[in-house]
Design a protein around this ligand. Structure first.
Ligand SMILES: *Cc1c(COP(=O)(O)O)cnc(C)c1O
Length: 402
């Protein structure tokens, strides 16, 4: 093993905060004990703060984000139902595939990778759907493959403009707890997340929030479900228990995660991600490279996907970064393979950690012969972080600022 730590800048799993690791270093516990509901009921209550919701319910399944997708659709839809979705990256693509394998009829709009959810096309489809054949509208809030964030509130507006009753389902796996997400205000019916991204935990929990309307839909939905059944969960969850063995250690970690997030304050968490991301974007422009995200309105505050110049192999950049410098970068997925590397900037991170990632990316790019000036991206990020540090410090201490 090389000395020193691996610099982890993939967009999930993300770095574990020390307090969170400590919270999970404990003996195995009895998930049927009279004490256990103290933990679980507190989590159900406080997860709602993270999702910014009041009514409805949050579920914790052992699983990952993919399981969350499956639970959202199987609990609320029936085979043959039509859903409206768009394909603008590997994750939005895979969710569509999952829907198709469950026998749903997906109206999948092909969008250039680098753009976000096509709100105008959604609005048009919804307006024309007078018979309300579309039962759900799917949106990947933050497409992790391309570093693109979509406008969920605008999709809600499109639904409301024609009083369309379809459920609004959001993949928030790489946005929730890092980028502003408002379940109640945006009228989201199902929001899917996982433990290993914004929640800074190991992989192993699918965290799914359902609105009251989604819970109502689950009473008549016919897709088969067993492991992911809302009903079975709700019957046991109301007393703080589970229909099968819950991931107790991860739940201890989740308690610490929520405490860390609420202690920093969600607004500050979002502002920190924006500020760190902006430093990476300044570095990318100093390198004269392009982001996959085609327009600033789509820039993701949790991940940047960066094109290498034609004739170079982005896979080599990530390979050298890892092999020579012990830096983990994200690689290009699917059709972006070889053309893109990604810097994940979500979770437990600060200025100097990002400067390190940028420095390592420069070294690896220089090693494969990409003509960038060593230090150029680092300097651009340093400038940004220096210029904004005092303000960020002040914003994080509202008592002092006022
Ligand atoms: C990571 C991710 C997923 C998949 O989650 P897993 O935990 O790997 O199953 C789905 N959607 C998005 C946007 C993601 O970033």
């Amino acid at each position: 093993m090389p000395a020193g730590f691996n610099s982890l800048f993939i967009p999930g799993p993300t770095n574990f905060p020390n307090e969170l690791r400590a919270a999970m270093n404990l003996p195995a516990e009895d998930q049927r004990s009279p004490d256990f509901p103290k933990l679980s009921l507190g989590l159900f209550r406080d997860l709602k703060k993270i999702f910014q919701m009041e009514d409805g319910q949050v579920f914790m399944f052992p699983g990952s984000g993919t399981g969350g997708w499956e639970s959202a659709i199987t609990n609320t839809l029936s085979p043959g139902d039509t859903v409206l979705a768009s394909d603008f990256g590997q994750f939005s693509h895979l969710w569509i595939d999952l829907c198709q394998r469950h026998g749903l009829n997906v109206d999948a709009i092909d969008v250039d990778w680098g753009e976000g959810v096509p709100v105008d096309i959604y609005a048009d489809r919804l307006a024309k759907d007078k018979e309300h054949r579309i039962k759900a509208v799917l949106v990947c809030h933050n497409e992790t493959a391309t570093g693109v964030t979509s406008d969920i509130a605008a999709v809600r507006k499109a639904l409301d403009a024609v009083s369309h009753p379809a459920l609004l389902m959001v993949d928030g796996v790489s946005s929730i707890a890092s980028i502003d997400f408002r379940m109640a205000e945006w009228g989201v019916d199902l929001a899917v997340s996982g433990s290993q991204k914004g929640f800074m935990l190991p992989t192993g929990l699918a965290i799914v929030a359902a609105s009251a309307k989604a819970l109502e839909a689950s009473k008549t939905a016919k897709c088969p479900r067993c492991f992911f059944s809302f009903d079975d969960m709700m019957a046991a969850n109301k007393d703080g228990y589970f229909p099968y063995t819950p991931a107790t250690t991860l739940m201890r970690g989740l308690r610490a995660s929520i405490d860390i997030l609420l202690d920093e304050g969600l607004e500050n968490v979002f502002a920190r991600h924006n500020r760190l991301a902006e430093g990476v974007r300044k570095a990318v422009s100093a390198w004269n490279l392009d982001l996959v995200a085609k327009d600033p309105k789509w820039y993701s505050d949790t991940v940047s996907a960066i094109y290498v110049p034609d004739g170079f192999d982005a896979t080599e950049v990530a390979r050298i970064a890892y092999g020579r410098y012990n830096l983990s970068l994200g690689s290009g997925l699917s059709r972006l393979s070889g053309r893109v590397f990604r810097i994940g900037h979500l979770g437990w991170l600060n200025d100097l950690m990002l400067v390190q990632a940028i420095a390592g990316a420069e070294m690896a790019m220089a090693d494969v012969g990409i003509p960038i000036e060593l230090g150029s991206g680092v300097a651009a990020a340093q400038q940004h972080y220096r210029q904004t540090a005092a303000l960020a410090e002040l914003a994080a201490q509202p008592a002092l600022a006022s």
